[in-house]
Ligand binder design. Structure first.
Ligand code: NAD
Length: 521
């Protein structure tokens, strides 16, 4: 028994080319899975669902737990291949791509039974002698459509969450990072899941669109707002549920009482890690006036230390994974400068082959600029001077996106109070980004950053439907509210006024009368 993977596509079908982001050299050609092949894969996943949903949770967790052994044994080789695919430093491939998988598997191994298990809930006095439960059941075949910036993690975590919850999955990795798609297919082949439980389909937007139109039961999409709209429109045709994990323009607030050295190092890491290609990148640093110049000087010191290079050079920052992103970055920076902003550092491509852009700081950024309004998705740290914390909160919230945020302050209680005022899915106080790595915390956005949550309990619950169950022992021949209605009105009015007026004894007397009338038949 084997997982179907890219090999399921026709050998003579259309293909796309992958080039190295570091050198521009071709790295191979990959199949574009056709709509007919997508339908076949979905049909296999549908067939497998019948068995997988009945496989006990413990057994599902045990089988998926083998991924830990595979990642342990092949992790460094996978890190090299992911870095070849994306250009990101090897440290990042290990830290931000591979390491999260065992952490999530461990977390769900400990929590899944409780999260997914049947729960007893209260039953109102109106229903004497009954018990009520909520239980969960899997949604069915889940389409997971993934982006290229964290091509391993952002595919694997939704796939694993859906599988643990009893669904089968058809994954379409990004066409920008097909080498990572191969790694994922290889991992599922290695652990030997039954055929159809996970299908990995390489391909471009046409494959993604075919998957959203196929007979899947839910779509979990991570990517841009523009594609998210198309995915939601496709889902509306059937209609099926969607979850959208979209872009961000995360605000980092630096207050005057913050540890400025820490804040500067945080901004450098949060803005430049993964070459700024992160939905949770720091894309707006809002700094209180009193410390603005000092903070900027410290930030510049930190960014000056950054070394840029390919994975083999063990630099802090690699190239852009997606070459077209360079044009967006250049347009944002140029537009900002034309509108009065100042490039403190960087602001240009790096003079070497490949898709490299220099680590960049832009100061004097204002809300009218595209660099402020739109997601840049590159190694650019825009700094905005604000009068005080209130202005910082107002600006942070007055934006189309709401994914992550952070507050740097010497007063943790104040930081927490400000965190509670930020309109976004995650906030950290005196740190940033890392909360996404805690499997116990939910993750997701508001506004144009999307909706729905995964990670944490939600990561399993969102791949289930709820089923409400009420149980009666069935000993009586009747129920108080059943027919006949003849002669019941006064007793019913007593129940009504007793309950609505908060007079429980009166309601119970009415209920007993109803029961007596019904029992006489
Ligand atoms: P994208 O929207 O271009 O592509 C995402 C995926 O959608 C790819 O697999 C692509 O092939 C597929 N696709 C393209 N057209 C499609 C269609 N019509 N129907 C269905 N699928 C289609 O996004 P991207 O450039 O790969 O990723 C970058 C974006 O993702 C950024 O905006 C980033 O902020 C966002 N992102 C969000 C999160 C999050 O968790 N919120 C995480 C990472 C990235």
């Amino acid at each position: 028994m084997q997982t179907s993977t890219t090999s399921a596509t026709r050998a003579d079908g259309p293909t796309f080319e992958k080039r190295s982001p570091v050198t521009g050299e071709p790295l191979g050609r990959f199949p574009i899975t056709s709509p007919a092949e997508v339908d076949e894969a979905v049909a296999r996943a549908r067939e497998a669902f019948a068995t997988w949903r009945e496989t006990p949770l413990e057994e599902r967790l045990r089988m998926l737990g083998r991924i830990k052994d595979v990642v342990e044994a092949h992790g460094e080789e996978y890190a090299r291949r992911i870095s070849e695919d994306t250009g990101k430093p090897l440290v990042d491939s290990l830290l931000t791509e591979l390491m999260s998988i065992p952490l999530f598997l461990d977390h769900y191994r400990k929590t899944a039974a409780k999260v997914l298990g049947r729960k007893r809930v209260g039953t109102p006095i109106l229903f004497p002698g009954k018990r009520s439960y909520i239980e969960r059941f899997p949604v069915g075949v889940i389409a997971v459509i993934a982006p290229w910036n964290f091509p391993f993690q952002l595919s694997m975590i939704p796939v694993l969450s859906a599988l643990i919850a009893g669904n089968t999955v058809v994954l379409k990795p990004s066409e920008v990072t097909p080498l990572t798609g191969e790694i994922i297919a290889e991992i599922f082949r290695r652990i030997g899941l039954p055929r159809g439980v996970v299908e990995v389909l390489q391909g471009d937007g046409t494959t993604g669109a075919a998957l959203t139109a196929a007979a899947v039961d839910k779509i979990f999409f991570t990517g841009s707002v523009a594609t998210g709209r198309k995915v939601m429109a496709a889902a509306a045709q059937r209609p099926i549920p969607v979850e959208l994990e979209l872009g961000g323009k995360d605000a980092m607030i630096v207050l005057a009482d913050a540890n400025l050295r820490r804040a500067a190092r945080a901004a450098a890491w949060g803005g430049l890690v993964n070459c700024g290609q992160m939905c949770t990148s720091v894309e707006r640093v809002l700094v209180e006036s009193a410390v603005h110049d000092r903070f900027v000087a410290l930030l510049d010191e930190e960014v000056a230390k950054m070394r840029v290079g390919g994975p083999d050079e063990h630099a802090e920052m690699g190239p852009l994974t997606f070459g077209k992103q360079l044009e967006t970055i250049e347009r944002h920076v140029k537009g900002a400068v034309e509108a009065g902003a100042r490039i403190l550092r960087g602001g240009e491509r790096v003079d070497r082959p490949g898709q490299f852009y220099a680590p960049t700081i832009v100061t004097g950024v204002t809300p009218e600029m595209e660099l402020y309004r739109e997601e840049t998705f590159g190694p650019v740290i825009p700094v905005i001077e604000v009068a005080d914390a209130d202005e910082a909160v107002r600006l942070a919230n007055d934006h189309q996106y709401g994914l992550n945020g952070s507050v740097f302050t010497g007063d943790v209680e104040r930081g927490l109070a400000i965190a509670s005022r930020l309109e976004c899915g995650q906030v950290m106080v005196n740190d940033l980004v890392a909360s996404v790595g805690n499997p116990a915390l939910p993750f997701g956005g508001v506004k144009n950053s999307g909706f729905g949550r995964y990670h944490g309990d939600e990561g399993l619950l969102s791949f289930t439907h709820e089923r409400a169950i009420m149980v009666d022992r069935g000993r009586l021949d009747f129920e108080a509210f059943w027919f006949p209605y003849q002669g019941k009105y006064d007793a019913m009015a007593q129940v009504f006024h007793g309950l609505v007026g908060g007079n429980l004894p009166k309601a119970l007397v009415g209920l007993a009368k109803l029961g007596r009338i019904t029992s006489r038949g």
